[in-house]
Design a protein around this ligand. Structure first.
Ligand SMILES: Nc1nc2c(ncn2[C@@H]2O[C@H](COP(=O)(O)OP(=O)(O)OP(=O)(O)O)[C@@H](O)[C@H]2O)c(=O)[nH]1
Ligand SMILES: [Mg+2]
Length: 367
């Protein structure tokens, strides 16, 4: 079967050249030379794309897919897979951590067993993990445990977070199209949208240490995965960004009440304590949303300040809507002990307004 290889890159200038050459050499020696190697680069400032362009001049199997904004790893894998012309596709990291020696056995397993997907697992009993610190092993295993609980149909898998996989494109393409995620966990999201329908098995992965460049795994990536998890367990109904926005809003309640209590303790009046607490909570919500929820549209410099003013404006209108809606409902319910229903309705309207309006007017993204 014809094989495509998809490598996503961001600032991998030192690794990508030898990675592609080693990969092609290994596969040729094993008699399964790929049809193409598609490198999806998010306009890395270090010149990764130039190295790939250079390679493609000498080897027509090497293709560069350059994206102008940093849209993230998962969408890079998705775009690479949707551009692939092979029947099978291998996805692996471009920093040399995934050993190309396992590709052949993964492809054979997929073909012989008629599978849709083979995962290179870091937690298979025969896997070698020199590239994963004990701390990251522990974190990844805990994440895998939660992932298995959220996707019981794939409860037999040991690594739903792996970056190495071989896919049969004819049966997985429709699900790949639905992966709408910037973060790292493409595989988890793919399994989640597949609704338990894929035939999947694992092979042990040799996960080597990163030799050059820097890791791109940071706290926003971990946050992104937590949102994926909540998105899955809540039936994928709410937009992922709305879940993130809601969690940040909930954290804002803690900031609000703590500030209010501290100011009251040091002797401030109720009104001033409340005004400062509201402003501080709204500003911290804005800044956290800027780095987590709207990371890809992150505002900086003057735009950050202008965004804050717009956000505070949006919040104040939300507050007016909140009080208005809850008052109208309260005045129209017969049983006034159900006042809490009116309060909740006000909060929901307030949240929906804040989410929709700030997406559109502050960060300029559709909601
Ligand atoms: N196109 C694209 N590729 C990315 C992006 N972030 C990471 N990558 C690539 O995705 C792969 C995995 O990223 P790594 O930073 O190696 O993540 P990791 O392997 O979990 O972390 P380390 O073990 O520290 O290397 C690498 O090939 C990166 O170059 C991104 O925003 N866009
Ligand atoms: Mg890596």
């Amino acid at each position: 079967m014809r094989l495509s290889v998809v490598l996503a890159t961001y600032n991998e200038v030192a690794a990508i050249g030898s990675m592609v050459q080693q990969l092609l050499g290994q596969l040729e020696a094993e008699g399964c030379s790929p049809l193409e190697v598609i490198v999806v680069d998010d306009d890395s400032p270090d010149g990764t794309a130039d190295v790939v362009r250079q390679l493609s001049r000498h080897d027509p199997r090497v293709h560069l897919l350059l994206r102008c904004d940093r849209s993230g790893l998962s969408s890079a894998i998705r775009d690479g897979l949707l551009s692939a012309s092979g029947e099978l596709a291998v996805v692996m990291d471009a920093d040399g951590q995934h050993d190309p020696a396992v590709i052949r056995s993964a492809v054979e397993l997929l073909e012989h067993q008629g599978l849709d997907l083979v995962i290179g697992s870091r937690f298979h009993p025969d896997a070698r993990l020199e590239g994963l610190s004990p701390q990251r092993q522990k974190g990844s295993q805990q994440a895998n445990h939660l992932a298995r609980c959220s996707l019981p149909a794939y409860g037999h898998l040991s690594d739903l977070m792996s970056g190495f996989m071989v896919l049969r494109l004819s049966t997985t393409r429709a699900a790949i199209r639905q992966v709408n995620l910037s973060g790292f966990k493409f595989l988890y999201e793919l399994l989640s949208v597949s609704k338990g329908k894929f035939k999947v098995q694992e092979i042990p992965l040799n996960f080597r240490a990163r030799k050059t460049g820097r890791s791109k795994l940071d706290s926003p990536v971990v946050w992104d995965w937590l949102i994926s998890l909540l998105h899955t367990v809540t039936g994928r109904i709410l937009p992922r960004r709305a879940i993130s926005f809601g969690l940040v809003g909930a954290a804002g309640i803690v900031v609000h009440t703590t500030t209010f209590l501290v100011l009251r303790i040091v002797g401030w009046s109720f009104l001033y304590s409340q005004i400062v607490a509201v402003l501080l909570a709204a500003s911290s919500n804005y800044l956290i949303n800027n780095v987590l929820t709207f990371r890809l549209r992150r505002l900086q410099g003057w735009a950050l300040l202008i965004g804050l003013i717009k956000f505070l404006l949006v919040c104040s209108l939300g507050l007016i809507a909140n009080v208005g809606v809850s008052t109208v409902i309260y005045n129209n319910i017969r049983d006034q002990t159900l006042g809490i229903v009116a309060v909740l309705a006000g909060i929901i309207v307030d949240f929906m307004w804040k989410y929709a309006a700030s997406s559109r007017f502050v960060w300029n993204v559709p909601y």
